[in-house]
Design a protein around this ligand. Structure first.
Ligand code: GRF
Length: 211
């Protein structure tokens, strides 16, 4: 068994995806070594503290600009040895400089079937469009908004979707399965860009499975 991969998690909100990681891969394929938030009031922070994972807040207004905040955050995550950064409901953009500190090693979970409905209001936007199939995407992060290469994607048919809360409730179980799975795949070295199309992430067969 290889040593668990040191993983940092960035959060802004309730942290149910962080909880899923703490309950599944943490202490197994991965070791969550640091949790950072841009919001001091994010309930996710308590979930980390409850498991003795170090936390820190990097609020935008405590720094001169976003780049300065991102630099401080990247340095703190680096000090904790992070080799993968997972965005689990982190509702701020990360600049090129931050991404360069963790090349090819930042992943995000997004509540739509990308490239449909990127951005912070994916579920509301999908509802407004009137779609009947919703879904979740786990993807590598690049400098765009939810534009990086897809790792895992799953759909759910909700032809009579009513409210954003209902859709989110249907998507949550998918997110909570897919994000830990992507972390395990990354930790196993099973994710590769397809040489024929670097937008395509190939999952090594031995650990592939569904997804
Ligand atoms: C999730 O729906 C995720 O897809 C989106 O933000 C939400 C975070 O939820 N990016 P939580 O904080 O993990 O509960």
């Amino acid at each position: 068994m290889p040593a668990p991969l040191p993983v940092a998690v960035l959060v802004s909100g309730t942290g149910t995806n962080l909880q899923a990681l703490l309950d599944t891969v943490h202490g197994r394929d991965a070791e969550i070594v640091a949790v950072a938030s841009n919001r001091a009031e994010a309930p996710a922070l308590a979930r980390a503290s409850d498991r003795d994972v170090p936390t820190a807040v990097f609020a935008r207004d405590a720094y001169e600009d976003r780049a300065a905040r991102d630099r401080a955050m990247a340095a703190w995550l680096g000090e904790h040895g992070a080799r993968l950064v997972v965005l689990a409901g982190y509702m701020a953009l990360l600049g090129e400089e931050f991404l360069a500190a963790f090349p090819g090693a930042v992943i995000n979970v997004h509540p739509s079937l990308l490239p449909a409905f990127p951005g912070a209001h994916a579920i509301e936007d999908a509802l407004a469009y009137g779609v009947k199939v919703f879904g979740v995407t786990v993807h590598f992060v690049d400098a765009g908004v939810d534009t990086g290469p897809v790792i895992l994607q799953r759909s759910v048919e909700l032809p009579d979707a009513g409210s954003a809360e209902d859709v989110l409730a249907a998507l949550r179980p998918l997110e909570h399965e897919m994000l830990p799975r992507a972390v395990s795949l990354f930790a196993a070295g099973a994710l590769r860009a397809d040489p024929a199309n670097p937008r395509r992430t190939v999952i090594a067969a031995a650990v592939g499975g569904a997804g």
